[in-house]
Structure formats: structure tokens, C-alpha cells
Design a protein around this ligand. Structure first.
Ligand code: BGC
Length: 735
């Protein structure tokens, strides 16, 4: 039978493992975990040192301090700081060289975008794609804050995230690490994450610049993207990250228009440091550096993990860089600039004061102090898990479940439970059982994983008789069980192609079937219209509290308010982009990524971008537009407001979304997301929601003038609850 799941995490494993084959094997051998008991002193010391009162300096202040230090350094010392010490040579996935007299420490660079990798005592929360699905700026920021707090307490200076590559091809293996298909949403989520992480004195890393939208051939292929598309789609989240003060940017493995990203004068010097005015440092992805002179001259500031290839013992920087300076092929000023950028970022985040020593070890557990830094973060993770769960279908209001009416519930599918293998295997590379995260370098180890079964049992096990078939085979058994229950819950995930068969077997046998999907991204749902499937719930990748967050939604303790950060198509062919197996390929859909493509070509999706149901209903009214400054120039300032009322029977959160239709001259897709808010409304209450559109939101990129331009003419503002459910529109004209 056909494989229906589009996003197979297998894609990730194949390619991440390919590039990491040797180190991963070795890491696994060394990882025989014997957890040491925490010593009270360690914990107190770490907590004391992890003081959250960080005074973040301006770039000017940071550069002034950096200059005093860097002025005292020799060429060799400067080069040392720009060069990683080699894969698996230090405690972190990356460490650079230190200097003494003047003193500059070895910085610790550690994965991942969702929490700390290769460490214990850390939280493993919702993935990036879920953070985006929450459409909740404040929650995304809080997620950044708790991650930053954990990295700091472990003594990691640099968190290798957020990941902000675009969900272009639904099958791309790492879509789940980032924030979906819309640049505006990705930009907001990136900026909030960075602000959160950096508020704890930890440097965030915007990655991967740019064109790393698939894993296949990522080390060698060229992503060919036209100028306008780079500006409007792929560079956009980096622009928002620079505005948020991000300390570092990671250049990607792939080539951009024929040139390796880490030696691309265009991407690094012209766009990032030139146009966006980025003041921090550019680090390479792991072994993405391909040269000494070209990389240095074209803007790379730090090579990671340092060696040319893992364990090679040599580096494109290090002595090669010193030699290149001495031979006049790289100016010493350029090396000084590299170090200034690194040292200034360190001062900016206040890491010169009371920064905890690195107290974990990625590769040698016997050197790890095993400090538990989780604090109460599980509470936020549970909340975010529920807040990012998307209710796709809810016939006859079968949800929320009323425990009193249900005698027997059947829970079916291997995704409903966990097993040792799935929990312990490094980087979740051999994930089995319930999925609450993708796999690869973008993971962190689960401290525990509450399975759907455990979560549902904890909530309702003493009221409802719960029967279970925690496998995806023996379908007659599953059907038999389902036929004897009032409600059947089928848990499926995107790691297997078999579950849709289970879904059908159960749905045929039970007219109150609820499908729960743990998936890394969009999936095809040829079964969604089965009349017995009354509800479809998409928790995506909710992290360690998975089952609890799910129970919160199923039983109505939390009203669902997650919204799709991507389009779910009816047919695979409806998507504009797929994985390319060649060495060079065009982003031929251009600026028409995601829902823009569906809008432009009149294709009906199954579930559109921004979609998600609630247990209550919301009315939108009184859209108002106010032109504070109605001229089409850089000071443009347009305000829109709408009144939203909770007209249903329960409290709940709504996500009003503002889309803009540009004047024809701009030649934009039919509408672009340019604002969203998440508001909580008690039943019967209402609130005015304001949106503000300025130059960033109202300009398009002109390839004639190579600039962002606010066009003259008639704009439309559409405010709705999804990209296709527009409740209210209004026009304004800029002259
Ligand atoms: C990934 C990066 C990651 C790095 C270090 C690379 O393979 O692309 O995102 O930060 O490894 O583990």
C-alpha cells in the first residue's frame, strides 16, 4: 500500500546520520549512562551562578569593551578564538580556543533549538513547529527564557537555535525544528525565541543561513533562489532576528546560487552584515567550512567544530588562517573583525560576569556533574503542549469528552505508549512508541515522556474503563476492542506508513473514533472524511508532557487554540515543492510558498494555514482602519482594529490573523500574513484587538531598485480566524 505520510522523520535520520556516521557511532558506545546522584552543592552553585539578572548591553557598548581586550591580542590569539578545537574534543558539540593574557574563555556551543542535547537533568519541551502552532508570542518568549535558563545553568554560552528554515517541501526532514511555512510567523517566532534565550545571558544562534530547506544532498547541493524570493521569504526571519539582537548566525551546509553558504560574499557580507547590519558573528555549520581565504574574506567569523572534517586534526582556520594573513591573502583587520564580533557578543550578553563553568559533558558522562536544571519548566511545557494542539475536526461536538457519559474507552496504536528503546536512544534516532519530538541534532533527551495512555489514564482512569491495544498490527483485535467501546482513540504518528490502515480498521468498528496525530509536519489524510471519525486532534510534537497536554485537550480542561503553521493539502501533488535529489535546483515557486501557492492557484486545501477549531465560538465585528500616516513612504503607519467576542459556552483563546492584499503593482500573492495575536476571552466577553502595519509589513522587494518599497495604491486588510476564514475586510489607500 501507498505511504501516506508526507513527513517521514526517516528523511532526517538518513541524512543526519550520513554526515555524522562516525561520531554518532562513537558517541553511542561511550554513552553507557550511569546517573550520578546530584550533590546539593553542585545544584546550589549552579542555581546561584545562573542569576537571571542580565544587563544586555548595546552593540556599541559591547564593541567598546571588546576593543580593549582584543587590542591586547596577538594574531595567533585572535585566530585561536575563531577556531573550534575539534569534534568531540571539548565538553560541548562545539568549543573554540581560549586565550590567556589577555584571558578569553573557551565558549561552549551546544544544540539544540528545543532544549539541551547530550545532557541529562534538562527539559525536553515542544518542538519549534509546535511553538509556532501556539501562535502565542508570550508563550514562545517564555519557552526561550526557560531554555536559556537551562543552558546558562549548565554553563553553555551559546544555544544552537532557533532554527528558522522555511517549511517549503513537506517531506523535508527538519521542518519540525523550525516554525512553518510563513515568513511573518517564522520571523515573529524566531525573534521571540531569541529575545527569550538572550534574556538569560545565553547567546542565541539564528540558523541556517540560508536555503537549507531539505536534508537530501545538503552538504553539496545548490539551492538556487531568486533575489526577490530570498528577500521576501528566506532572509525575512534573519532580518527579524538581527532586529532582536541575535548574537550569532550559523551559515548552512548547502550552496546558495552555486556558492557554499559559509563562503558566500552575497549571503554573509552583502545581505547579513551589509543590508541587515548584523553585528554579531557568523559560525559555520558543523564542517560546513570549505576554504581558508574565501571563507575568511567572505565573512565567516568562526569555524565549527574546527576540524576540516571530524577528527581530521587540521583546520581551515587555525594555522592555515595565520599563514594566510602572513602571506597577505587575508588582512589582519579581517581577523580582528572576526574576534571583535565574537568578543563583543560575549560582553553583550554579560558573559564576562559570573557565567557558570560548563558542568556537563556531551561525550564523557564520567566528567558530567549531572546537574538538574529543570526547575518547574514542565508546567510551561504542558501548557504549551496543549496550547499548540490543533483540533482539526470535531463532529457533533464529540470533544471535549464528558467522562460521565463514557463507560468504556479503547486506546489503540503503538503511538499511545512508550518503550525503553524509544526513550533512551540517542537523539531519538531509533524512535519507537509515541513520538513527541523529531530526531537528529535538534533534540534533547527526555527526562521522561508522559505517553498518551498515561496522560489519559491519569485524568480519567478511575472513571472510565480503559482497554488498550498498543500495536499497529493484529487489526481484527483492534477492531474487536473498538467495537466494544463507546469511544475509540487511535494514536498515530508520522514515523510509519501503516497507521492509516489501523485508523480505518478502528473507524469501521467504532462510530465514535478520535484520531490523535503525533507528526513532524503535514501529512496526507485520505481517511479524514470517514463518517465514524468524529474528531481529529493534531498535537504534533508536544515534548515530555505529551500525554498530559493531550488529556487537557480531550477532556476540556484546556480549550484548544493551536493553529496550523502549514497547509495540509488534499493531495501530495497540490504542494508546490518537493525534495529534489539533484545537486542544483530552483526554488521555482518563488515567493508563492505554502498557502500563497494554494491561494494563487485556486487549490482547495484539506486544512488551510492558520486553521484550528475551538470548543467555543468567536464573533468578529467592527473592523476599523486608521491611517496615522497614509503616504507610501518609509514612515507609513496604518492601524487596524477589530472587536472579537466569545459567543460560545466556554472560555477560550482565539488567534485573529491579519492578511494584507497589496496593490497590483507589487505583484504579490493574493494575501500575506502580516499580523496575529492570541487573546484569551472568557465566555460572553469581548475585546478590541489592534494591529499595526508599518514599512516592514507594507513593503515588497523591488528587483528594479533592489530595495524594499511601500507601493502606492489600494491595500486590503483581511482579519480572520485562518487564511481561508476571513471574517472582515477593509481597504485603505496609500498615496
Ligand atoms: C546541524 C546543526 C547543528 C550542528 C551541531 C549540524 O549537523 O545542521 O543544526 O547545530 O550539526 O550539532
Amino acid at each position: 500500500m501507498k505511504l501516506y505520510f508526507l513527513s517521514t522523520a526517516v528523511v532526517t535520520t538518513t541524512f543526519i546520520y550520513q554526515s555524522y556516521a562516525l561520531p554518532f557511532d562513537q558517541a553511542e558506545e561511550e554513552f553507557s549512562y550511569t546517573r550520578k546522584l546530584l550533590s546539593e552543592i553542585d545544584v546550589q552553585e549552579a542555581v546561584k551562578q545562573a542569576s537571571p539578572l542580565i544587563n544586555i548591553l548595546s552593540w556599541d557598548e559591547s564593541y567598546a569593551k571588546a576593543k580593549m581586550l582584543v587590542d591586547q591580542m596577538s594574531l595567533e590569539q585572535k585566530v585561536n578564538i575563531t577556531t573550534g578545537i575539534g569534534w568531540q574534543t571539548g565538553p560541548c558539540v562545539g568549543n573554540n580556543g581560549r586565550t590567556t593574557s589577555p584571558d578569553f574563555p573557551e565558549l561552549c556551543l551546544q544544540d539544540s533549538p528545543l532544549g539541551m542535547r547530550f545532557a541529562d537533568g534538562v527539559s525536553s519541551g515542544v518542538a519549534g513547529i509546535n511553538a509556532a502552532a501556539s501562535f502565542d508570542r508570550a508563550a514562545i518568549r517564555k519557552r526561550g527564557e526557560y531554555m536559556g535558563e537551562e543552558f546558562r545553568a549548565k554553563g553553555a554560552h551559546i544555544q544552537l537555535g532557533p532554527s528558522m528554515n522555511m517549511l517549503r517541501a513537506p517531506e523535508a526532514g527538519r521542518n519540525w525544528e523550525a516554525f512553518g511555512e510563513d515568513p511573518f510567523l517564522v520571523g515573529v517566532a524566531s525573534a521571540e525565541t531569541i529575545t527569550g534565550i538572550q534574556s538569560q545571558g545565553v547567546m542565541a544562534v539564528a540558523k541556517h543561513l540560508i536555503g537549507n530547506e531539505q536534508e537530501t544532498n545538503r552538504l553539496v547541493h545548490s539551492a538556487n533562489i531568486d533575489e526577490r524570493t530570498i528577500q521576501e521569504v528566506y532572509l525575512w526571519p534573519f532580518a527579524r532576528s538581527v532586529e532582536a539582537g541575535v548574537a550569532s548566525v550559523m551559515c548552512a551546509y548547502n550552496k546558495i546560487n552555486g556558492v557554499y553558504a559559509c563562503e558566500s560574499d552575497y549571503a554573509i557580507n552583502k545581505l547579513l552584515k551589509g543590508q541587515l547590519g548584523f553585528k554579531g558573528f557568523v559560525q559555520s555549520d558543523w564542517s560546513a567550512t570549505h576554504s581558508t581565504v574565501d571563507s575568511a574574506n567572505n565573512g565567516l567569523d568562526m569555524t565549527m567544530p574546527g576540524d576540516i572534517s571530524f577528527y581530521s586534526g587540521d583546520s581551515y582556520f587555525g594555522k592555515n588562517l595565520t599563514d594566510a594573513v602572513q602571506a597577505g591573502r587575508v588582512q589582519e583587520d579581517r581577523v580582528t573583525d572576526m574576534v571583535m564580533r565574537i568578543v563583543a557578543s560575549w560582553y553583550k550578553l554579560g558573559q564576562d560576569q559570573n557565567f557558570p563553568n560548563t558542568n556537563f559533558h556531551s561525550f564523557r558522562p564520567e566528567l558530567d556533574k549531572h546537574i538538574d536544571v529543570q526547575s518547574d519548566h514542565k508546567n510551561l511545557i504542558r501548557e504549551m503542549g496543549a496550547a499548540s494542539t490543533i483540533l482539526l475536526k470535531n463532529l457533533e461536538n464529540i470533544l471535549p469528552l464528558r467522562t460521565s457519559g463514557i463507560k468504556k474507552m479503547a486506546i489503540i496504536g503503538s503511538d499511545a505508549t512508550t518503550n525503553q528503546l524509544g526513550l533512551e536512544c540517542e537523539d531519538h534516532g531509533c524512535a519507537s512508541g509515541s513520538i513527541a519530538s523529531g530526531w537528529g541534532s535538534g533534540t534533547s533527551r527526555y527526562p521522561y515522556l508522559v505517553s498518551p495512555l498515561d496522560g489519559i489514564r491519569a485524568r480519567a482512569g478511575n472513571i472510565i474503563d480503559i482497554t488498550e491495544h498498543l500495536r499497529d498490527d493484529d487489526l481484527p483485535v483492534a477492531a474487536e476492542l473498538a467495537s466494544k467501546a463507546n469511544i475509540a482513540i487511535v494514536c498515530v504518528n508520522a514515523n510509519s506508513g501503516e497507521e492509516y490502515i489501523t485508523i480505518k480498521a478502528v473507524a469501521d468498528a467504532n462510530e465514535n473514533t478520535i484520531v490523535v496525530i503525533h507528526s513532524v509536519g503535514p501529512i496526507l489524510m485520505p481517511w479524514s472524511n470517514h463518517p465514524n471519525i468524529k474528531a481529529i486532534v493534531l498535537p504534533g510534537l508536544p515534548g515530555q508532557e505529551s500525554g498530559n497536554s493531550l488529556a487537557d485537550i480531550l477532556f476540556g480542561d484546556v480549550n484548544p487554540s493551536g493553529r496550523l503553521p502549514y497547509t495540509i493539502a488534499k493531495r501530495k501533488e497540490d504542494y508546490p515543492a518537493k525534495i529534489d535529489h539533484g545537486m542544483s535546483f530552483e526554488y521555482s515557486e518563488g515567493i508563492n510558498i505554502g498557502y500563497r501557492w494554494f491561494d494563487k492557484n485556486g487549490i482547495e486545501p484539506l486544512y488551510e494555514f492558520g486553521y484550528g477549531l475551538s470548543y467555543t465560538s468567536f464573533e468578529y465585528r467592527d473592523i476599523n482602519i486608521n491611517l496615522n500616516q497614509g503616504t507610501a513612504n518609509d514612515n507609513v503607519d496604518v492601524q487596524a482594529s477589530v472587536t472579537i467576542a466569545n459567543t460560545g459556552m466556554v472560555d477560550g483563546a482565539e488567534v485573529p490573523q491579519a492578511y494584507i492584499t497589496f496593490p497590483e503593482i507589487a505583484d504579490e500573492p493574493p494575501k500575506l500574513l502580516r499580523g496575529f495575536e492570541k487573546i484569551f476571552l472568557g465566555k460572553g466577553s469581548e475585546q478590541v484587538v489592534n494591529f499595526s502595519f508599518r514599512k516592514t509589513e507594507l513593503s515588497y522587494y523591488s528587483v528594479e531598485s533592489h530595495q524594499w518599497v511601500v507601493p502606492q495604491g489600494e491595500f486590503k486588510v483581511h482579519i480572520g480566524s485562518s487564511s481561508r476564514n476571513i471574517r472582515s475586510s477593509a481597504t485603505f489607500t496609500l498615496s
